[in-house]
Ligand binder design. Structure first.
Ligand SMILES: [Zn+2]
Ligand SMILES: [Zn+2]
Length: 150
């Protein structure tokens, strides 16, 4: 649909951070880059494990602090689902999540028609609608297969 490259998104995000006075360290840029490339809603721990070879000084706390900073700048969402540790999502376009109740895997999907629910809600209640949230739950293909085997 759009032809913005990951590199453009990285450049824009760094610009946005610099504007708010954030210093861009190599570690910070690596965490940001990981979030842009990732589509599996990583935890701070996932990101730490992926980056520790390249950045031996990095810690889970560093990753987490960066994620909080990106969240405050509006670059990532912290997903509010009842998991042991928070998962994070780079904000691209509006999408919904289907969540595996067995392993916690989160997959994106789009359903643009649902935007009409906001129009309807405004019409029916006269509220000034800002946003809506929806989650779908079930078993991911891997967990569904394991369930069938046992
Ligand atoms: Zn699963
Ligand atoms: Zn997502």
């Amino acid at each position: 649909m759009h032809h913005t490259t990951e590199h453009d998104i990285l450049k824009e995000s760094i610009h946005k951070l610099r504007e708010t006075g954030v210093r861009i360290t190599p570690q910070r840029q690596a965490v940001l880059n990981y979030m842009i490339k990732s589509d599996d809603h990583p935890t701070a721990d996932d990101i730490y494990k992926a980056l520790v070879d390249e950045f031996p000084n990095i810690s889970v706390a560093t990753v987490y602090n960066n994620l909080r900073l990106f969240k405050d700048t509006g670059l990532v969402n912290e997903l509010p689902y009842g998991d042991a540790s928070s998962r994070f999502d780079f904000i691209t376009s509006a999408h919904y999540h289907v969540i595996c109740t067995e392993c916690g895997k989160i997959t994106d999907f789009n359903y643009p028609a649902l935007n009409e629910v906001e129009t309807l809600a405004k019409h029916v209640t006269n509220f000034d609608i800002t946003h809506h949230r929806m989650e779908v739950y079930g078993l991911c293909p891997e967990c569904a297969e394991n369930t069938n085997k046992s």
